[in-house]
Ligand binder design. Structure first.
Ligand code: NAD
Length: 437
């Protein structure tokens, strides 16, 4: 569709889209665009800026040849989408997975723009992905694929251009390979080209736990806002990877009771609270949460509908849809994952008066500490973990209160408030810089 013809279509579109098929409902790009359009309309956004911000500024597709361990050559398709650089260098993770698609990467890139603006850090938004199954590849194959992907993107990334980070299927080691490949091309060590690196090569203390810590801070703030207390506050977490396990661990440390954990291969339930460090040790040893002695087995999908005070989806997109939203029995939905809730489900949650802490606020602790990492790399001076955590806590607390203030003053739900706040900030900068059009 031509961009010029978008605005009339948007103006006709109803925010409630109950007529969508489940495939349309779960398209992450459509989900992002629907919220953007709704918030932009509420803001009465200038039509030109609307068109500029609705689409990514740049989409790069690469086909990467990789020498496999058996001597054959495989070609993988990778993406890097830069949605906006209005407020600073593009910033966003790289995802490896069999289901990666351009629409998903586009949506994730836009969410990064909004997320960085919600927490008011000087970055735009980007995201990358490679269609592959990292679980089926050797370390050598992953390293060669990562290095060639980096080489293909060499003129598009950099500390002042676009700064990748880990996401699903990538980790600190992947970031170390990217940093090294970029540095070889630049003929000097450039640590600030990626964040989420190992601490000894320019990573930030506290980065690994940062998203979970940020989740815990917004949960604290939500309880305060709603007049609830930590004591007796039951939490269920979906996904026990970086975000899920760190959220569960930090919340349990703070006195919350983690009663359920759902993973792709099974769930766990213990009404008296799961010993999270023991579960982390079990998962490390067994490679799965299944079979953990400190909880009973539970159906992974049913767990999302168990009664609890806080439900934290921290796995992947589209897990709360028109098919299960009505069954949720939580008071607070805190989105550790990106895009876990569809637009149709949003309307159902609003009718049920579930308090949603939207992804672009709830999981922004990761990119906030990535920002700290980038700052420390460029200064060449590294902070203590306590300093990092204290700065993170204060940004997350302030951002929560900014979103609440927007929700109140514009009479909108928390998600639309977060989008409005973010779009307003990006639009303001775009106007101030002026358009090279
Ligand atoms: P991860 O790969 O470390 O962990 C994801 C976990 O979810 C894995 O253990 C996986 O087995 C599990 N999982 C996958 N699909 C599932 C399903 N359908 N049901 C239950 N469990 C499932 O990834 P991560 O870094 O923790 O990221 C999780 C989510 O958080 C993603 O949406 C990501 O974009 C988002 N996020 C991550 C960060 C970060 O700093 N890592 C920051 C912001 C947002």
């Amino acid at each position: 569709m031509a961009i010029e013809s978008l605005i009339p279509v948007i103006e006709k579109k109803e925010p409630k889209m109950n007529t969508l098929t489940i495939e349309q409902e779960t398209n992450p790009w459509e989900a992002q665009a629907a919220r953007f359009d709704f918030a932009a309309k509420k803001l009465n956004l200038d039509q030109g800026i609307w068109k500029v911000l609705r689409y990514p500024a740049r989409e790069i597709i690469v086909h990467i040849p990789v020498g496999m361990d058996d001597g054959s050559v495989e070609v993988f398709t990778g993406y890097r989408v830069q949605h906006s650089i209005a407020r600073g260098p593009a910033k966003g993770g790289i995802r490896y997975g069999p289901d990666v698609s351009l629409d998903e990467v586009r949506a994730l890139a836009s969410w990064m723009t909004w997320k960085c603006a919600v927490v008011n850090i000087p970055f735009g938004g980007a995201k990358g992905g490679v269609i592959c199954d990292p679980k089926k590849m050797s370390q050598g194959e992953l390293e060669r694929m990562t290095r060639r992907y980096t080489a293909e993107l060499i003129e598009f990334i950099g500390p002042e251009k676009d700064v990748p980070a880990p996401d699903m299927g990538t980790d600190e080691q992947t970031m170390a390979w990217i940093m090294d490949t970029y540095s070889m091309h630049m003929r000097q060590t450039v640590t600030a080209v990626v964040t989420g690196k190992p601490v000894n090569i320019g990573g930030s203390r506290g980065r690994r736990e940062a998203t979970g810590r940020g989740v815990s801070v917004v949960c604290d703030q939500a309880l305060k806002h709603l007049g609830m207390s930590i004591e007796g506050c039951r939490v269920i977490v979906q996904g026990f990877g970086n975000v899920g396990s760190n959220s569960a661990k930090i919340l349990a440390d703070k006195g919350y009771t983690v009663i359920g954990i759902a993973e792709y291969d099974g769930g766990l339930y213990n009404a008296n609270g799961i010993d999270v460090p023991a579960l982390i040790a079990h998962r490390k040893a067994a490679g799965t949460i299944v079979g953990f002695a400190g909880a009973e087995a539970a159906d992974k999908d049913e767990l999302l509908t168990y009664e609890c005070e806080i439900l934290i989806p921290a796995a992947t997109e589209n897990v709360i849809t028109s098919l299960n939203a009505a069954k949720l029995r939580c008071r607070i939905l805190c989105e550790g994952a990106n895009g876990p809730t569809t637009t149709v489900a949003d309307d159902i949650l609003e009718d049920k008066r579930i308090f949603v802490i939207p992804d672009i606020l709830a999981n922004a602790g990761g990119v906030t500490t990535s920002y700290f990492e980038w700052v420390q790399d460029r200064m060449g001076y590294f902070w203590t973990e306590a300093e990092v955590n204290q700065r993170l806590d204060s940004i997350m607390t302030e951002s929560f209160s900014d979103v609440m203030a927007y929700a109140k003053s514009h009479s909108v739900n928390n998600r639309i408030a977060a989008y409005m706040l973010a779009i307003d900030r990006v639009a303001y900068t775009t106007k101030q810089r002026g358009m090279y059009a």
